[in-house]
Design a protein around this ligand. Structure first.
Ligand code: BG6
Length: 504
């Protein structure tokens, strides 16, 4: 996302070094996104991709494997000329953090490739590895001098989520990485920020005169953030059982949505101002005691069921999941933000796997209009005013309001006005990583998380992690795969006299 005007900025020549190149993320998202950038002529001319493998692999074999991934995961029809040109830039180099000498050899190989491709020495290191690789790899990169900024050449380090598993580990990882690189060189990816609709929250709020005056506790009753998925845990049992729905989704993806919806207007559209405003609002989330956290949360695990036509096993029967696991596959929380804009406005968040529908949205519920005027009419009640920011399955914005039903008597019904991205803009389908990778290459970190924001997020969820750990199996609910989730998630709102929004 460039903060400038509509012409995309062209990236400097660079070496794009991918750790974990043989893995799922590189095949499914990174290379297809680079392909889309290449097709849109947004990759620099002077460019090379260095794929780091743990074991020796030939460049030909790596290219063939990436090509296979591209054919499987491309979001657009693959043009062989563009794909071949991109893959021709790929070189496989082996390096293993357990073998420091291999990083010295990597430096030598890289310098040769840089000279051959005339990249100017700019380097982007993308850690598409499991999180336990972040510290040792960056340490070796630092030790071998690969991250040292050198004259005009830049160095950037990109790390994927999860960034830590709790507040202490996120702080430790920040401390570790920031001894090796500076904050401006560190790009912590959250793929939610690559989604156009998520970026649009800023524009909706701050580029329109009509929303901001009512975007506060005087007019908003509460906010709902929903990220529901149909997929079960599948083959990710070993990662997921250690992680759970809360860690996997809340301090990162759901908090990105929350911070964009709740932040104060930044003074400038630049990385410093936007990230400061986002970190400030996360820091204003009221910290709950463990007893409050238990009262204000629901956690549940799915049992066997059917999602559409697919049978889903009981979570505890999933491969690599402990048979007595108490890991939640569904989490719902009630949070409050203790500042002048939001005091008294609950934020209800929910996310879960193996549900009946895929839905990602932010629903802003406005306060109810006074009913007195309609007391002597046949109208029983007014329907609710929601502004819904839809991220999946429909990308768009809809406003729900009351309207008179045509006819001689006064009758009112809730109606909806909807803007859908695809009706207005014709953009080639992308996987969301294009913007993020392009931003890394042009050095714009507005869409990346900063250390203070990451830590503020973990600080807000830590009481829930602690309370749930202590409670163990006590309080863990179940829900059937393919259902709408646990009943208690409804109770979290009904006890406050509210309901989750029914999808239209
Ligand atoms: C990932 C989580 O970060 O986000 C997954 O690890 C989850 O468990 C995914 O399925 C959801 O992303 P999206 O874009 O499909 O909502």
């Amino acid at each position: 996302m460039t903060s400038q005007d509509t012409d995309p900025i062209l990236a400097d020549g660079c070496a794009f070094v991918i750790f974990g190149v043989t893995g799922d993320l590189a095949h499914r998202l990174v290379i297809p996104a680079l392909y889309n950038l290449a097709e849109a002529k947004l990759l620099p001319e002077k460019f090379c991709v260095v794929g780091i493998t743990r074991k020796e692999m030939s460049s030909e074999d790596l290219r063939a494997s990436l090509m296979q991934g591209l054919r499987q995961f491309a979001t657009r029809p693959v043009d062989d000329t563009v794909a071949d040109r991109l893959l021709y830039c790929v070189t496989a180099v082996s390096a293993d953090p357990g073998d420091p000498d291999s990083f010295d050899r990597l430096r030598e190989r890289l310098e040769k490739l840089e000279a051959a491709r005339d990249t100017g020495g700019n380097r982007l290191f993308y850690l598409a590895t499991p999180p336990d690789g972040f510290a040792p790899i960056s340490e070796q990169l630092g030790r071998a001098g690969l991250l040292r900024e050198d004259g005009t050449a830049w160095r950037r380090l990109v790390v994927e989520k999860p960034f830590g598993t709790d507040l202490a580990s996120a702080k430790a990882l920040n401390d570790h990485l920031l001894q090796i690189v500076s904050e401006h060189e560190l790009y912590r990816i959250d793929h939610y920020l690559g989604k156009e609709t998520v970026q649009n929250i800023l524009v909706l709020r701050f580029a329109n005169g009509m929303f901001e005056p009512i975007w506060n506790r005087d007019h908003i009753d509460h906010v709902q953030i929903t990220v529901e998925e149909k997929l079960g845990v599948g083959h990710r049992g070993s990662f997921y059982d250690k992680t759970g729905a809360l860690r996997d989704m809340v301090p990162n993806h759901l908090f990105q949505l929350l911070s964009l919806v709740a932040m104060e207007p930044p003074a400038h559209f630049n990385a410093h101002a936007v990230r400061s405003a986002k970190a400030d609002v996360l820091a204003a989330i009221q910290l709950q005691s463990e007893a409050e956290a238990l009262h204000n949360s629901v956690r549940a695990q799915y049992t066997a069921g059917r999602v559409n036509e697919t049978d889903i096993d009981d979570y505890r029967d999933t491969k690599d999941v402990a048979p007595d696991s108490t890991t939640e596959t569904y989490a719902a929380l009630k949070l409050t933000i203790d500042n002048w804009r939001w005091a008294g406005v609950p934020f209800y968040l929910r996310t879960g796997k193996a549900l009946g529908a895929k839905r990602t949205e932010v629903a802003i519920k406005f306060k109810q209009a006074p009913f007195a005027m309609f007391r002597c009419t046949p109208i029983q009640q007014l329907s609710q005013n929601y502004l819904v920011i839809g991220i999946e399955p429909v990308e768009g914005i809809s406003l729900q309001f009351n309207s008179k039903v045509p006819g001689p008597t006064i009758a009112i019904d809730g109606v909806e006005m909807t803007f859908k991205y695809k009706d207005y803009f014709h953009v080639a389908p992308s996987n969301g990583y294009e913007t993020l990778l392009h931003d890394c290459m042009i050095g714009d970190n507005i869409l990346f998380q900063r250390a203070d924001g990451v830590e503020a997020g973990w600080r807000a969820v830590q009481p829930f992690l602690d309370a749930w750990k202590k409670a163990g199996a006590k309080g863990l609910q179940t829900y059937r795969a393919g259902s709408e989730g646990p009943d208690d998630a409804d109770t979290l709102l009904t006890r406050d006299g509210r309901n989750w929004r029914e999808p239209g």
